[in-house]
Design a binder for this molecule. Structure first.
Ligand code: GAR
Length: 194
């Protein structure tokens, strides 16, 4: 069985979309893939309860309990390694990872970012797109490399920016697309035989 570990920080709606696709499409029997655990750097993240409702084991590790990024990442890696995952999926995981962590998971660490990369790496992507007058926004699934929000692009989806959009309305439109492309990208990763 190939294990998948999902890292979250918040509501976990992308995690849930992946878990529901895994259930619906029977990844366990068809691909030999199971979601082994959902881990959050925020113990209060609503996504943890959602994961438990979906029958997935959860773990939490507050980054506030560590004095450095390196110390946090070392323990996070140990918690992930308990599941010996073939793929680690960042789904709204709002921490910058150290080069050592990224190197360890090179080629098997993916992220979803709420913009059409390489445009708008970093935070506040929707407000920045609106402020610049973009007509199109979107989302990108990409391999994680040491450089923030860079790395080979695996999937993208575009949505229109509509007159009167706020960061919230645009984020909601982008999120509906994320829930489609992220499960597809994860499935494709395993179908390539990784
Ligand atoms: C998603 O829109 C994701 O693209 C974004 O956070 C949201 C998480 O939602 N990720 C980033 O901004 C990463 N820098 P979710 O917790 O409901 O999946």
């Amino acid at each position: 069985m190939k294990n998948l570990v999902i890292l979250i920080s918040g509501s976990g709606s992308n995690m849930a979309a992946i878990a529901r696709a895994a259930q619906k499409e029977n990844w366990q029997d068809k691909l030999g893939v199971r979601i082994a655990a959902v881990i959050s750097n925020k113990p209060e993240a609503p996504g943890l309860a959602l994961a438990r409702e979906l029958g997935i084991a959860t773990d939490a590790l507050s980054h506030r309990d560590f004095s450095s990024r390196e110390a946090f990442d070392a323990v996070l890696m140990a918690r992930i390694e308990r599941h010996a995952p073939q793929l680690v999926v960042l789904a709204g995981f709002m921490r910058i990872l150290t080069p050592g962590f990224v190197q360890h998971y090179a080629g098997r660490l993916i992220n979803i970012h709420p913009s059409l990369l390489p445009a708008f790496a970093g935070l506040h992507t929707h407000q920045r797109a609106i402020d610049l007058g973009c007509r199109v926004a979107g989302t990108t699934v990409h391999q994680v490399t040491a450089e923030l929000d860079h790395g080979h692009i695996l999937a993208q989806a575009a949505v229109p920016v509509l007159p009167g959009d706020t960061a919230e309305t645009l984020a909601a439109r982008v999120l509906t697309q994320e829930h489609l492309i992220y499960p597809q990208a994860v499935r494709s990763f395993f179908m390539r035989g990784a």
